[in-house]
Write a protein that binds this ligand. Structure first.
Ligand SMILES: [Zn+2]
Length: 568
């Protein structure tokens, strides 16, 4: 008897969910706006670690009034900024979207190229001679924003912003209206001719009003008034926004300031279809590399961000009304502890010098393959990826497979646990294990010969500070929270992955999931429908971040009612 009852219950609840989903629709702007906030380098454990120090309106607004998945984890090994943002927006891993690293070796250009550089484009908003622009043309899959655009025949507007070009460009997708990022020295907002030939007036005005400059020569203090950083340039040195401000909460303030201006001037949330805004916050990553996840600075950064989020949610509430917005929060990757911190606890840890590893590899390979002459068999080692110099192997008539295996064996001599070659991953020849699957998901056909080193846990690719880029939990586990009328408030300790974000949002918006998406709809996050119940609550009953935390979730969340009867 148990089975039929359970299946009836499951059937009923899926009907209820479908009824609820039916009310939300991207085609008539229900919701008016989806905001995805990606914190660059934000580990899943931070929200627990600082839980008793957060206020009610920031992180807790999402984790207590939204569906929160604390056990969300990337199921691939290449945990870095470009792959992470591509994964969140395409709902696929690198074997689907193609972005396997922030940069890779280009055998034709004989240098590393970035995941978004594109010679066919130019930067817009930069004066003087500048190298090529940026575009998302390396993406092998489309994104949530692209599907929104397709479904609404371009009526939905899609924007992404970040301090970093790769984070903004990959998030805006192929059809985004614009991606904006900063020129590092001045901090002014720029874009690429891929999107437009000139900055819009509002961006020019923003830049001209010296908004970046006001964050220079300031003191960043923690809650107790201790000065953690000053943002003044050293005597005689020119000011560099990214260097001086980038690793402080002022950089997040600056991004939110730009986001508010963008929403106002582009009238986001005021169109005939659902709009999408992706805000990638870079400051946590810039600071995290320097001081590690266990430092007082990272704690102060998290607490400052909590307040910044609260202010932004308040703005969303006033500007669009929180009943008309869905908010998602996640991160592109975590980070390893500083090797010195782990070592103090008797946990083996190591900070590698990428340059030294490359020299070691070339020495070992030369001794084995061409004892008479030393050659540069490894063109670049960008932890944990070794990029091969095909010409050097060609001279020995070595095939890709053999060349990559030789490099892999040399990597093991440097202390790596193992390796996966491009040729091996291309053929799907990986062991049927969790680790094998993670590297299979990290494969991309975009780059030429390469080998993934499998590092030992707590080994990082930098002699100073710390890093990410491993398949271990400290790098893969990130928060995932979804706020909005379709989402049932609650903590779900079920298995979730960042690839589920775009798939879940697409399902609830009533549009196709991105082309190569492999994620699942997080059905446990969905609020049951409440068809035919009452009428639209008065405005004072609608969610507001400054007031809602004191109210029980059900009371502040009018569920399907607002979706059906709310303003168009
Ligand atoms: Zn980083």
């Amino acid at each position: 008897m148990r089975f039929p009852l359970r299946s009836i219950a499951a059937g009923l609840s899926s009907c209820l969910c479908l009824a609820s989903i039916g009310f939300a629709s991207a085609y008539n702007a229900h919701p008016k706006l989806v905001v995805i906030i990606v914190i660059d380098q934000f580990r899943g454990d931070y929200l627990d670690r600082y839980a008793d120090q957060f206020g009610d309106g920031g992180f807790k607004f999402l984790t207590e009034h939204g569906a929160y998945f604390p056990e969300c984890s990337y199921d691939y090994a290449n945990t870095a900024t470009a792959p992470g943002h591509a994964t969140l927006l395409t709902g696929a891993y690198s074997d689907g979207h193609g972005i396997l690293a922030n940069e890779w070796w280009d055998p034709q250009k004989k240098r590393m190229v970035t995941s978004v550089e594109d010679d066919r484009t130019k930067l817009v908003g930069v004066t003087g001679s500048v190298p090529g622009g940026a575009s998302p043309r390396n993406l092998l899959a489309d994104t949530l924003g692209d599907e929104l655009k397709l479904a609404t025949q371009g009526k939905a507007r899609v924007f992404a912003i970040s301090l970093k070009d790769r984070a903004a460009v990959l998030s805006a997708g192929l059809s985004g209206d614009a991606a904006y990022w900063i020129e590092p020295k001045s901090g002014t907002w720029i874009t690429s001719t891929y999107y437009r030939t000139e900055l819009p007036d509002w961006v020019r005005n923003f830049n001209d009003s010296q908004r970046a400059g006001k964050y220079l020569n300031r003191e960043w203090k923690d809650d107790k008034g201790n000065v953690l950083r000053t943002t003044g340039p050293a005597p005689g040195k020119p000011a560099d926004f990214y260097e001086l401000v980038g690793h402080t909460p002022f950089a997040n303030d600056y991004e939110f300031e730009f986001a508010r201006e963008l929403m106002t001037y582009e009238k986001l949330g005021d169109g005939p279809a659902t709009d999408l805004l992706v805000i990638s916050l870079s400051a946590n990553d810039i600071l995290g590399h320097q001081v590690g996840p266990d430092s007082p600075e990272m704690q102060a950064m998290a607490l400052a961000l909590d307040k910044e989020l609260a202010a932004f949610f308040d703005f969303l509430g006033h500007q669009i009304g929180l009943a008309n917005v869905w908010i998602a929060l996640s991160s592109d990757h975590g980070v390893a502890p500083l090797p010195a911190i782990a070592a103090k606890l008797h946990i083996p840890a190591n900070g590698l010098s990428a340059g030294k590893v490359r020299a070691q590899l070339n020495q070992a390979l030369s001794a084995r393959l061409s004892p008479a002459h030393a050659a540069e068999y490894v063109a670049n080692f960008s932890y944990p990826l070794a990029w091969l110099n095909e010409e050097a192997f060609d001279a020995l008539h070595m095939k890709e497979e053999d060349a990559e295996r030789a490099v892999g064996e040399a990597l093991k001599q440097t202390g790596m646990r193992g390796y996966f070659t491009r040729a091996q991953l291309a053929k799907g020849e990986v062991p049927d294990t969790e680790t094998g699957l993670r590297y299979e998901h990290s494969y991309s056909q975009l780059a030429a010969w390469y080998v993934f080193a499998v590092p030992a846990p707590y080994t990082v690719g930098s002699e100073s500070g710390t890093d990410h880029g491993s398949p271990y939990t400290y790098d893969t586990r990130v928060p995932l929270a979804l706020y909005g009328i379709p989402f049932q408030p609650g903590i779900h300790r079920t298995h979730a992955e960042p690839v589920d974000l775009a798939v879940t949002l697409a399902a609830l918006l009533g549009i196709n999931a991105p082309t190569n998406a492999t994620g699942r709809v997080l059905t446990e996050a969905l609020a049951p429908a409440r068809r035919g119940e009452g009428s639209l609550p008065p405005p004072e009953m609608r969610p507001n971040p400054s007031r809602s935390p004191s109210r029980p979730p059900d009371e502040i969340r009018p569920a399907a009612l607002v979706l059906r009867e709310g303003p168009p």
